[in-house]
Design a protein around this ligand. Structure first.
Ligand SMILES: [Zn+2]
Length: 437
């Protein structure tokens, strides 16, 4: 009886192998296998990239990383070009274009070649600790660039890259963008104008073992408040004609910010403050100093801090409230506030959510848990912020890590196959959708 049953079942099993992932097409299954096969090659590339210092201001180092990355993309059929950024004292950007089937979704892949670790940093070499690579830029963003290349290579191998319209922009100054932004981000923004979606290969957010998708990032900017008052002997403070002095005026403004401005998704820090007979603030707002005497009503006080919000309308509304608070003035004082923009916000739009939904369909097909949207307060601004107003975007296609931007930067190598698969499947599926261009 048993023998007979086996005899009947065996040919059936051979003819119809149970798929590992029922939701994936045949070619997608091959893609998943290919991503696993490719992972050791990807880790090898990562180790070569991390061994080359590419601090943002190490122009030669950033170009050497470009020299390692460019042939990888060229080998996959991308047309590559280098956009020098000498005008803003940065290395430049590597742009690579792959033409697929006309009329299908145009994807912009974003990553960066530079790191925060300049040649003067003591953190220069990588150490392998089992499934962890401890090294400068091992995650941010060399790990991300490697996931991107490995996903594209898997697509090339199984044949799904051929149909995909992809533009890769790897900036050389993500960690300290060249000034002015209108020059240093012009090529990235130009690429976004003819893209349907932007995929940002920075680190995957993992919290308590749960992977998160990132569809929003707050803006990052700073502001300086300058208060002035009438200098006089301290014995005359608050008297008519003398007034309250610059320090009380500045304290009034800061207290009013603290008491009146708080709302969800908004933060406004005061990072530096000084007041007295004279105040000097360094142009980069990294240093402040004052002189004065305890018995002089201070004629000047300054403070500066940063300001982060989730949407353009929130920024405009809060700025108006700040300006109104600053304009009230204590007796015989004056004050003004100046805003310095750095990164615009990436607001949580329905288009961004739809991209995360596509990724979650893939997670389901891979038997992986659904990835919730990350709280935008848990993620700082990045290059995708510059294009968020033009194109739908998803952040966090790179590997998982901890300690980024510190000598404790450690990337989790076991997250590579998972991220390579997600990226390769997402790009393969997007390549079958229709472009709005
Ligand atoms: Zn970074």
């Amino acid at each position: 009886m048993m023998t007979r049953k086996f005899a009947l079942l065996a040919p059936l099993v051979l003819a119809l192998p149970t798929p590992a992932f029922a939701g994936l097409s045949g070619i997608e299954q091959t893609l998943v296998t290919q991503a696993d096969t490719d992972t050791p090659l990807a880790i090898g590339l990562l180790e070569r990239l991390v061994a080359q210092n590419s601090g943002t201001r190490n122009i030669a180092g950033v170009k050497k990383v470009r020299d390692l990355v460019e042939p990888e993309l060229a080998a996959l059929g991308f047309a590559t070009r280098w956009v020098p950024m000498d005008a803003v004292h940065r290395a430049g950007h590597l742009i690579a274009t792959h033409k697929g089937r006309p009329g299908t979704t145009r994807m912009l892949l974003i990553g960066h070649l530079d790191t925060v670790f300049e040649p003067a940093s003591p953190f220069q070499t990588a150490t392998r600790e089992g499934d962890i690579l401890h090294g400068p830029g091992a995650s941010d963003d060399k790990g991300g660039v490697v996931v991107m290349i490995a996903a594209l290579r898997a697509m090339k191998t199984v044949g799904t890259l051929a149909h995909a319209n992809i533009e890769v922009v790897l900036t050389g100054d993500e960690e300290a963008a060249g000034d002015p932004i209108s020059v240093s981000r012009a090529d990235l923004i130009e690429a976004a104008h003819h893209a349907d979606v932007a995929l940002d290969f920075e680190g995957l957010s993992v919290q308590n073992g749960q992977d998160y998708g990132s569809i929003a990032r707050r803006s990052a900017g700073s502001y300086t408040i300058t208060a002035t008052g009438k200098s006089s002997h301290s014995g005359q403070i608050f008297a008519p004609g003398v007034g309250d002095g610059a320090v009380y005026e500045l304290a009034r403004i800061i207290t009013a910010f603290h008491d009146q401005l708080p709302e969800p998704d908004l933060t406004f820090n005061i990072g530096l403050m000084a007041g007295g007979a004279t105040v000097t603030m360094a142009p980069d707002e990294a240093q402040i100093g004052a002189t004065g005497k305890t018995n002089i009503v201070p004629p000047i006080a300054m403070a500066s801090g940063d300001f982060r919000a989730l949407t353009e309308s929130q920024i405009d509304r809060v700025k108006d409230r700040m300006i109104a608070i600053v304009a009230r003035h204590l007796p015989q004082t004056d004050a003004q506030i100046v805003f310095h923009e750095a990164y615009p916000p990436m607001a949580p739009t329905p288009g961004n959510q739809a991209l995360l939904d596509r990724l979650n369909a893939i997670n389901t097909d891979l038997n992986l848990p659904v990835m919730p949207a990350l709280d935008p307060l848990k993620r700082g601004a990045g290059d995708i912020s510059f294009v968020a107003r033009y194109v739908d975007g998803l952040v966090g296609l790179g590997p998982s890590s901890r300690g980024d931007h510190t000598p404790e930067e450690r990337v989790d190598l076991s997250s590579f196959p998972r991220q390579i698969k997600r990226a390769a499947l997402l790009m393969t599926r997007l390549s079958k959708e229709t472009s709005r261009h």
